[in-house]
Design a protein around this ligand. Structure first.
Ligand code: AHG
Ligand code: MN
Ligand code: MN
Length: 336
């Protein structure tokens, strides 16, 4: 028999929640439809003239590719039309994104990375879309503001990602565990495939761009030396696995256990806190990993406790199996 679709799953889980109004499902449906449209374009990226650089840079000075633009516009359009968002923000847009007057405004603020891992588009490697959802904190039913977006990660109402890989998978948490839904391409539906995902307490994989080794602090260098030392007390042989798409590296580690690191480095003085963005990358992934029993830290602080100051701030991200993240923190603090 055909499994449960993601919308059916949401409707059933919401039935048990007296606060549920269907608004969250309508919002999520906007993201799901956007994901289907984006995955269709990703699948034919090599065929059409959508591939390659758009010839401009995003607000963070990185080259934007056409598929990024397409994914960005698709997410914005669908979320605006859902009638359930009061304000949006995207990695690709410097300022917050308002909801045009013709659409109803709702109670959610959404921030997203429309296409993560975009350097991998041209080489047929998995990429993804990441999203983070907050309940609005400003009153009334008018436009949302920056205040609705700049909330610490522990306040997320839900977070998720879609990975455009060998299959397209949606991973979602609304604070009641982490669930995976795999796209059945013949139906165009996401079907429940991984209920209640738990990340192993310790893994055997480490994912990091070791090209930055000489730019890291002592703690990160010593940790990676330790991981690779077969004589160390962990008594494990860790495998290095690094795709260079956060979504793909994270997804593998979520299912199989492991640690992903993007520590701070001294490579680029404009990015002293590493590369990844708090609001659209670190927070949603950290919400998911904690819901799955894992952990996420900067080395100094739990990611979800950070009080954000601006939409595009960057943050060191150490995320994955709980015990592996704890060991990193020990090294970072100089306690090992
Ligand atoms: P984006 O494509 O949204 O800019 O994100 C790319 C990120 C992330 O997906 C990945 O983990 C990281 O960049 C890889 O960075 P390096 O190439 O520096 O290792
Ligand atoms: Mn990204
Ligand atoms: Mn991106």
């Amino acid at each position: 028999m055909l499994g449960t679709t993601v919308i059916e799953y949401l409707l059933v889980t919401q039935k048990n929640n007296p606060m549920a109004t269907g608004a969250f499902t309508r919002l999520l449906n906007g993201i799901i439809v956007a994901a289907k449209v984006i995955q269709r374009e990703v699948a034919k990226a090599g065929l059409v003239d959508i591939l390659g650089y758009a010839g401009r840079q995003n607000v963070q000075g990185e080259q934007v590719q056409k598929l990024d633009d397409f994914a960005n516009t698709t997410m914005i359009n669908r979320l605006q039309a859902s009638g359930e968002a009061c304000v949006l923000a995207s990695e690709e847009v410097a300022d917050l994104i308002e909801i045009p007057p013709k659409f109803k405004k709702g109670n959610y603020a959404v921030i997203f990375d429309p296409l993560d891992g975009s350097s991998n588009i041209d080489v047929n490697v998995s990429i993804g879309t990441i999203f983070s959802i907050y309940r609005r904190v400003t009153s009334g039913d008018g436009d949302g503001t920056l205040e609705d977006l700049l909330q610490p990660g522990y306040k997320q109402a839900a977070a998720g990602y879609i990975i455009y890989g060998s299959s397209t998978v949606l991973v979602l948490s609304a604070g009641n565990g982490v669930h995976g839904f795999t796209m059945d391409p013949s139906l165009g539906e996401f079907i429940l495939s991984n209920e209640n995902i738990q990340i192993p307490e310790r893994g055997k994989v480490f994912s990091v761009n070791e090209g930055n080794y000489n730019f890291w602090d002592d703690g990160a260098r010593k940790y990676v030396d330790y991981i690779k030392n077969p004589a160390a007390d962990h008594k494990r042989i860790y495998s290095g696995r690094y795709i260079g798409s956060l979504v793909a590296d994270f997804h593998r580690n979520l299912l199989q256990g492991g640690i992903f690191l993007y520590p701070a480095d001294h490579k680029d003085p404009r990015k002293p806190k590493g590369k990844l963005r708090l609001m659209c990358e670190a927070n949603p992934m950290s919400f998911i990993v904690e819901q799955a029993g894992g952990a996420a830290s900067t080395g100094d602080q739990r990611i979800l406790d950070i009080v954000p100051e601006e939409l595009h701030q960057r943050v060191p991200l150490i995320i994955g199996s709980k015990k592996d993240v704890e060991t990193f923190v020990d090294f970072h603090r100089g306690q090992r």
